[in-house]
Design a protein around this ligand. Structure first.
Ligand SMILES: [Fe+2]
Length: 369
């Protein structure tokens, strides 16, 4: 198959259009593109590992987002070097941005033919949820008319079994329950697109403001009911993958804080269930950061954002009162290492650069009952 090639300038301009963001911050992506060029591959995806290949206990989870299929993706070989048990692809896995399903299918094919990705998924199970661009529309929600078709393409690409529950119900949210007692990890992949009501766009700021209306929702009632039941299952550690940021409240783009009732509902749900062992991971922003806020009951809620597997922009221009650390220089991915001890799960929360350097690192420990 032949791929459509773009000039670096066009590539840069198109990404600018996608995000309506600071153009200068995107120069790194364009330069990387210009230097690297394109490579096609003959790699096959037939042997791709899936959730069925996952075996517990899980000790290393890599994750990432914002991975444009038109650009080079050398990051996969760097992720492979960290030898994760599983990779969570948490949104903007391709930039489809279309209602043309042939075009969307071709963009998944482009990702599948990336040599690094093809090698990686043949060795490591990849679990995925989507964000707006792979869902099909920039900053889109429930109104997107091709969501059924887009869901099928996405689940087919990531090897979802034909009889999976995920295929039977609306949306693509799901969970995985891995490892033995005492090392039980629950991975929750949320769907922030299928049910999401309209954003509250404010022309004056060219961005989004919180919508306090009781009808405004990011997850939708069905997904909330499912999540409430999931959080009642016992687990020694929980990872909640949210394609947009959960904690960061101050920038004008997409985030949970745009839906204050839903954000409070999530925090209340954790507090009511006395859940103190949950970590959010997120993407979407084209930079990495670790944020933390404290719930009313005193639970410290971490949100590790790793976003920009081949797209990067200046994150320091976006305020975040809960920011602990920031990385916005080069492509990167997130890495969570778990040291399972008898009475605690000791975690290292990391972001690793495209050069394999640890650029964000923090430690957190959760007791095991
Ligand atoms: Fe996004």
């Amino acid at each position: 198959m032949s791929f459509h090639l773009e000039s670096p300038l066009l590539y840069c301009a198109r990404i600018f259009d996608m995000r309506r963001r600071n153009f200068l911050g995107l120069v790194i992506g364009a330069v990387a593109f210009a230097l690297s060029g394109f490579k096609t591959a003959k790699a096959k995806t037939a042997k791709a590992k899936t959730a069925a290949d996952l075996k517990g206990p899980i000790t290393k989870i890599a994750f990432g987002s914002c991975c444009i299929q038109d650009g080079p993706q050398p990051i996969w070989d760097v992720i492979a070097k960290s030898a994760p048990d599983v990779f969570l692809f948490i949104g903007d896995n391709i930039y489809a941005d279309t209602e043309d399903m042939t075009l969307m299918a071709n963009k998944y094919k482009m990702l599948g033919k990336k040599p690094g990705f093809a090698r990686f998924r043949n060795a490591t199970p990849v679990l995925a949820t989507w964000d707006d661009h792979d869902y099909g529309i920039n900053d889109g929600g429930l109104e997107y008319p091709k969501k059924e078709e887009s869901k099928k393409l996405m689940l087919d690409f990531f090897g979802e079994p034909a009889k999976s529950e995920r295929r039977q119900r609306p949306g693509i949210y799901t969970s995985y329950y891995l490892g033995p007692k005492g090392k039980k990890l629950q991975i929750i992949l949320l769907d922030l697109r299928w049910f999401r009501t309209a954003l509250n766009y404010d022309k004056a700021i060219d961005g989004y403001k919180p919508d306090p209306s009781p009808k405004a929702t990011i997850l939708g009632e069905k997904q909330w009911e499912w999540l409430a039941a999931e959080l009642k299952k016992p687990a020694d550690l929980r990872l909640i993958a949210s394609s947009t940021q959960f904690v960061s409240p101050d920038h004008k783009w997409e985030k949970w804080a745009n839906f204050p009732i839903d954000k409070k509902r999530m925090i209340d749900l954790l507090d009511e269930n006395k859940i103190t062992n949950a970590i959010f991971i997120s993407g979407d922003m084209h930079y990495a950061e670790l944020s933390a806020e404290t719930s009313p009951k005193g639970f410290k809620i971490y949100d590790l954002t790793a976003s920009g597997m081949n797209l990067v922009e200046n994150g320091s221009q976006y305020p975040n009162r809960y920011r602990i650390s920031l990385y916005d220089k080069t492509p990167h991915f997130g890495l969570i290492e778990i040291d399972w001890q008898k009475s605690s799960a000791n975690l290292a929360l990391k972001v690793i650069s495209d050069k394999g350097k640890t650029v964000i690192s923090d430690k957190v420990s959760y007791p095991i009952a």
